[in-house]
Design a binder for this molecule. Structure first.
Ligand code: HEM
Length: 407
């Protein structure tokens, strides 16, 4: 481990970080960030150095990357920048389990992805479209006549959970429980509650894993339980780390994306009309909204000393790609704050890139597309309920706490 110095806010900074690259940003927790997170991240360009060390309280003592090309490079070079040990959950070192497939690097990584990739391929996901549309409409039926809803609670969370349960091979009757668990685990303000929820989730997933071992089916939990990466059965810890990570990765990210998008749609009637008037452009609409409302980050650790943009980083340093900021890089996306549904196609980093690029990207895109289409078809005119102040969750998935809509 490199020697460190303490910043004035108590953050341990590796001694080799030049003070000129210290920057008090406050990403994910600071008050400027929480007031308007995406505008904040767009605003880093021109204000913060392209690579900086966030010295603010709660920061993760990491190099922060805000340039698209830098992040893309890091994501595509796991030999220098490893995801091993960077998962978002602290684990007991005496009973350690890996978050799979994120914390496994090539060449083993491919063997684990191969177990679940067929269940989330474009072809398989395409077969789910009818079921997603039906669920979207059932949820809308539940509130349309009331002329108001709390979008996050009534639609933005239950829809992804319902779809996720189908893919995992778990019963839809677990919907409310899964919403509660996802929120409790990722957004509980007190550790005791998060610990209690973790216990409940672990007990449920362990029971499901046991059941699928005896009764295989076509769902993802069964595929994992019976998967044999490289021809070998997985250990109980590996199976748990894999199933648990799908739960973590596949819910809150979709909640946050939908909730961000619907705040914006409520505030921009002309842009809603544009989407409705150009139904064939919906895939570009989804890509552009994913770009401007990118919700998460990507953490890595240096496996050896490495120089990026002329800056020496040392083995053991942590590096965070600020994906939402990278997607506002003006060198890649001119006039980046403009939401342009006819922007020339360029892959965004909403789902990261390289070997760990999001496994659920096709599913997430389809969910977002169907939600926009069905909601705008049935409720084309809506606003944020008067008097609403949108406030955001602190932490690694950027989204509003509640989205009250009226029509
Ligand atoms: C809009 C929704 C989503 C967003 C923005 C998102 C974003 C991301 C990002 C940025 C990564 C890369 C993390 C890294 O490199 O450190 C990732 C990885 C991953 N995501 Fe997603 N995700 C979404 C939905 C989903 C869904 C629905 C699932 C599962 C059904 C899922 C499963 C995964 C898995 C398993 C990985 C790890 C892949 C690997 O290590 O090979 N994600 N996601």
């Amino acid at each position: 481990m490199p020697a460190t110095v303490a910043s004035t806010t108590g953050i341990q900074i590796p001694a080799h970080v030049p003070p000129a690259l210290y920057y008090h940003a406050g990403i994910t927790e600071g008050s400027d960030f929480l007031a308007a997170p995406h505008a904040f991240m767009a605003g880093l360009h021109g204000k913060a150095p392209p690579i900086f060390f966030d010295t603010s309280e709660h920061s993760h003592a990491a190099w922060n990357l805000i340039k698209y090309d830098d992040a893309f490079f890091v994501l595509r070079h796991p030999e220098y920048f490893t995801a091993a040990g960077t998962g978002p959950f602290p684990r007991d070192p005496d009973d350690y389990w890996r978050i799979i497939p994120l914390e496994i690097e090539p060449p083993e990584h491919r063997k684990y992805r191969a177990i679940v990739d067929p269940l989330v391929s474009p072809k398989t996901i395409g077969t789910l479209e009818g079921a997603i549309r039906r669920l979207a409409n059932e949820l809308i039926d539940g509130f349309i006549d009331k002329r108001h809803c709390e979008f996050a609670k009534d639609f933005g969370r239950p829809l992804p959970v319902g779809v996720f349960l189908d893919i995992m091979g778990l019963p839809r009757s677990m919907m409310d429980e899964f919403v509660r668990w996802a929120m409790g685990l990722l957004h509980a303000q007190d550790h005791a509650l998060a610990g209690q929820v973790m216990g409940e989730v672990t007990a449920y997933l362990q029971a499901v894993i046991k059941d699928k071992a005896a009764h295989p089916d076509g769902g993802a939990v069964s595929a994992i339980v019976h998967g044999r990466p490289g021809g070998e059965a997985m250990s109980a810890k590996e199976i748990f780390g894999f199933v648990f990570f799908l739960f973590i990765a596949g819910l809150d990210t979709v909640f946050a994306t939908l909730n961000n998008i619907f705040v914006w749609l409520a505030q921009n009637p002309d842009r809603r009309h544009e989407i409705i008037a150009e139904p064939d452009n919906i895939n570009n609409v989804v890509e552009e909204l994913l770009r401007v409302f990118t919700v998460t980050f990507s953490g890595r650790t240096l496996t050896q000393d490495f120089e990026l943009r002329g800056i020496l980083m040392r083995k053991g340093d942590r590096v965070t790609s600020i994906l939402p900021a990278c997607n506002y890089d003006p060198d890649i996306f001119p006039n980046p704050e403009r939401v342009d549904f006819h922007r020339p196609r360029k892959p965004t980093l909403a789902f990261a890139g390289g070997v760990h690029s999001c496994m659920g990207a096709h599913l997430a895109r389809l969910e977002i597309k169907v939600c926009i289409q069905e909601f705008l078809r049935r409720i084309p005119e809506f606003t944020l309920t008067p008097g609403t102040e949108i406030s955001y969750w602190p932490g690694g998935v950027v989204g509003p706490k509640a989205v009250p809509l009226s029509w």
